[in-house]
Design a binder for this molecule. Sequence first.
Ligand SMILES: [Zn+2]
Ligand SMILES: [Zn+2]
Length: 372
Amino acid sequence: MQQTPIIWTNVLLFSITTLVAVIGVPWYALTVGFGWFEIIATILCLGYCGMSITAGYHRLWAHKTYDAHPLLQWLFAIGGAFALQNSALHWSADHRVHHKHVDNNDKDPYSAGRGFWYSHIGWMLRDYPGVEKPDYNNCRDLQKNRIVMWQHRNYLWLTIATNFGIPLLLGLISGNILGMLLLAGVLRLVLSHHFTFFINSLAHIWGSQPYTEQNSARDNGVLALLTYGEGYHNFHHIFESDYRNGIKWYQFDPTKWLIKTASWVGLTRNLRTVPEERIAQARAKMQLQRAMAKVKQRPNAEQLLRLLEQEYELLLARMQDYYQVKKQLLQQRRQQLVAQYQAVDFKQSYREFKLHLQQQQQHWQRLIGAFS
Ligand SMILES: [Zn+2]
Ligand SMILES: [Zn+2]
């Protein structure tokens, strides 16, 4: 028997929205039907909510992987309230504890060690004793951010204004208020909730672990599709200061693309990445550990283990050489580029000064001529 008290607000919120999404929405679709405007508006709202959480709450505020222009921060603050996942301050406080004590059933607020249900949604339904309650001491930096604090203070009315106001406004535009409330209001909220919750549950259960086995986080390309790139969770848990989650060009990480694209127009700055060498080292170490575990069962294990270790050391040495030279090459290119700019500057100045001198000489000659 569970003795922990139920958090009724959350239970009612999740139950009512889920019931409306699984009964009300299909019923309306079959009896009245939804138009393209409702469907497209819902997809856009879903993306806005989702990316406000992944690019805003998660990669900007919880992990500080880049700096964002206030305009973008306001957008994320409003979108985060629309996503109804608590204030950015509260969310980040929880999330920082999750990273610090990942898989620790007593400290991690949504520890995957407690199973799928608990890490997905269960942790929000009951007031579990023992699990550390965030006191925001781990978010002193965010407490200095006026946008984060404004959202925190005004969170309740912001969630009501966005969750009712935006679908209502869209309904007034399309002329179908009920349809829009059901689709962009309720279905969008339920999908947005579970897509994010998958990162705490499935992304710690299902997928590969190419970088580390120190925690339960997994890389999962299918989950990345639903979570705007956050499915590459194994990479994220070992390199949390990196603004990317999917680091390869073919990995689906629209949150990374958004942050990168925004940097071209000055909306984001100081995008932080982990040195390539550290990523390659982590991968190689993981491969070595797996190979060693397999080799141990072979009859000539000792000999094979020695070979593996030798080749691994050689690989690390080659990596070091390669990445060092690569770094120098990049530095050299940067210097060459600066030198080229300076050369262009010089030529420009030379031409300007030459012209000024010629003009003054003519002027001087005319003046001298006048007195001769
Ligand atoms: Zn994280
Ligand atoms: Zn995690």
